[in-house]
Design a protein around this ligand. Structure first.
Ligand code: SF4
Length: 478
């Protein structure tokens, strides 16, 4: 196991102040409908919200105000992200784990045949993912420094970046691995990862202790300060998330925003993305064990409130949610989504193989998904809902990360590259991977979204690049 440097967790620990969160929530309950309306109006201006303002929104149950909240979230999403939606897929490389997290199929007490992909198997998984059109992956692994050390993760990253296929390659690898040391984060940075993602699961210390009874992850302070160490190591795009359903979501949201403010104050930039995973059944995990499950209506409000509270932070929705509900949530502020996900090691080869499925369960998924559509089907429905799928990875490849990305995003100039790049990368998808139905829906969508580019010179440049893509060029971007 990587040795913890003395004091690194203690240097930053303690920024989640539970009493302050409870007090802020209690005060938020007193906010009148008029006060909440003023907060929504402020949110509409896309300048973000304070903890107190977010607490007031979270506590208001008035259905008319809820509709106003949804309308405002839709407006902010359109203002900042337009109709774009970035696509990615998770890739699980190892299910060995020393931890015993009560909500996870990989937990140490679960007995199943554990595995770690060889580099050849990894290449095969990536080949399948690329053949589905993916260009951006989130690499995932359980925590086991012997079976899955950082050197192995680095080998995986190198292997993935080195693979070139007929139509392209994986252009961005985000990494979701356990909390580690500044030295190891520096090695991840040197391996050219995109975002370092780590979910806090729950910010509530007592719940955290109960959910993580054993293993290195049971150290709340070590886990909570992981993003600080990643940033100390120079990783400036980090991703947050809480596992909704472990504890009161109102507390969790305020705590996560407190975490975001802490990073902004300490390092000058907050999280690049926030994921909103909702608890799902898994091997050995049934939902009746958890009293804080989040109903759909509250989940939709969470997405909308986050959109107003942190307007420039990407919001990631996973296939934990069912298809029809996912489509509704696009409107409320989601900016990235996974598609066609497998949550077990080696899952893509198994699911896409023509062979009969194996009779015995020799692997276990980390959790069960609820959207079983293929990426192509997901894209079709994104287009039909009026959105524009994007496989763009240009910012990361041009060094527009951390505060450089945020500055560009806040200036509004990012629109000049995002919309054309979404169109260009989606065009590549349609030509190289699209089914006839998706091609039809996709070409219509491209026509509409191209016409929406207001700057005539930019529109012409995008149209010219589209032609070059049709003639066989690839990987063109602004
Ligand atoms: S959540 Fe992560 S650390 Fe916990 S058991 Fe699952 S894989 Fe291991």
């Amino acid at each position: 196991m990587p040795s913890k440097l003395p004091g690194t967790d203690q240097q930053f620990a303690g920024f989640i102040r539970e009493d302050e969160i409870h007090d802020t929530l209690a005060a938020g309950k007193q906010a009148s409908n008029e006060a909440v309306r003023r907060i929504i109006a402020k949110g509409r201006a896309a300048g973000g919200l304070s903890l107190a303002e977010t607490a007031a929104l979270l506590q208001n149950g008035d259905p008319v105000i809820q509709q106003e909240l949804f309308d405002a979230a839709r407006e902010v999403k359109l203002k900042i992200y337009g109709k774009r939606l970035v696509l990615f897929a998770p890739l699980y490389v190892s299910d060995y784990c020393l931890n015993n997290c009560l909500y996870c199929g990989y937990r140490r007490d679960n007995i199943f045949r554990r595995s770690r992909l060889t580099q050849e198997e990894l290449a095969e998984e990536v080949r399948v993912l690329e053949s589905l059109g993916h260009k951006r992956l989130a690499l995932e692994a359980g925590e086991h420094p012997d079976a899955c050390p950082l050197d192995y993760i680095l080998d995986c990253i190198n292997t993935i970046y080195s693979l070139k296929f007929k139509n392209g390659s994986i252009r961005r690898i985000n990494v979701n691995i356990a909390a580690t040391t500044v030295e190891e984060y520096a090695r991840l940075k040197a391996a050219r990862i995109g975002t370092y993602i780590l979910f806090q699961e729950t910010y509530h210390r007592d719940t955290y202790r109960r959910m993580h009874p054993e293993g290195p992850k049971s150290d709340y302070d070590w886990h909570t300060t992981a993003h600080h160490r990643a940033m100390q190591a120079g990783i400036d795009d980090v991703g947050f998330g809480v596992l909704l359903g472990l504890y009161d979501y109102k507390f969790e949201l305020l705590a996560m925003l407190m975490h975001a403010r802490e990073l902004e104050e300490t390092f000058g930039v907050g999280p690049h993305t926030i994921s909103v995973p909702r608890l799902r059944p898994a091997f050995g995990v049934t939902l009746d064990q958890f009293p804080h499950l989040v109903p759909d209506e509250d989940f939709a409000r969470i997405v909308a409130i986050l959109r107003l509270a942190v307007p420039y932070t990407g919001l990631i929705l996973s296939t934990r949610e069912r298809a029809a509900f996912r489509d509704q949530l696009l409107d409320l502020g989601v900016s990235q989504t996974s598609a066609g996900s497998c949550t077990g090691v080696g899952g893509y080869r198994r699911e896409n193989s023509k062979a009969e499925p194996e009779e015995t369960l020799d692997t276990a998924p980390q959790f069960s998904v609820d959207d079983h559509r293929s990426p192509d089907q997901v894209l079709q429905s994104i287009c039909q809902a009026g959105y524009l799928p994007s496989y763009c990875t240009a910012c990361y490849r041009q060094g527009r990360t951390g505060d450089r990305f945020m500055e560009l995003a806040k200036s509004g100039k990012i629109q000049d590259v995002c919309q054309p790049n979404a169109i260009l990368t989606f065009k590549e998808y349609l030509l190289d991977y699209g089914s006839p139905q998706t091609k039809q829906a996709g070409e219509e969508a491209i026509g509409l979204h191209l016409a929406e580019i207001k700057n005539g010179k930019l529109r012409a440049e995008t149209a010219e690049k589209l032609q070059r893509i049709e003639q066989g060029e690839r990987d063109l971007y602004m």
